[in-house]
Design a protein. Structure first.
Length: 66
C-alpha cells in the first residue's frame, strides 16, 4: 500500500489515466467473456442444427447475464 500511495504522490497526473485504463481493461474483459459465450453458443447451435432457434436465443440471452 505504501508503494501505491507513494506513486500517487509522485505521479498525481498519471493516476487518473491509469485508473481509466484499468476500468477500460475490465470492460474489455467483460465484453470478451460475453463474446466467448456467444461464439460457443453459435458453435453449439451449428454442431446440433436440429435444435430449435429458440434454444439459441435462450443461450445467447444467458451470455448477457455474465
Amino acid at each position: 500500500m505504501e508503494k501505491s500511495s507513494s506513486l500517487r504522490k509522485d505521479y498525481p497526473k498519471e493516476v487518473p489515466l491509469i485508473d481509466e485504463l484499468l476500468r477500460s481493461m475490465a470492460r474489455v474483459e467483460a465484453e470478451q467473456k460475453i463474446l466467448k459465450c456467444q461464439v460457443n453458443a453459435f458453435i453449439g447451435y451449428h454442431n446440433a442444427c436440429a435444435r430449435a432457434a429458440g434454444k439459441l436465443i435462450e443461450d445467447l440471452s444467458k451470455c448477457q447475464k455474465l
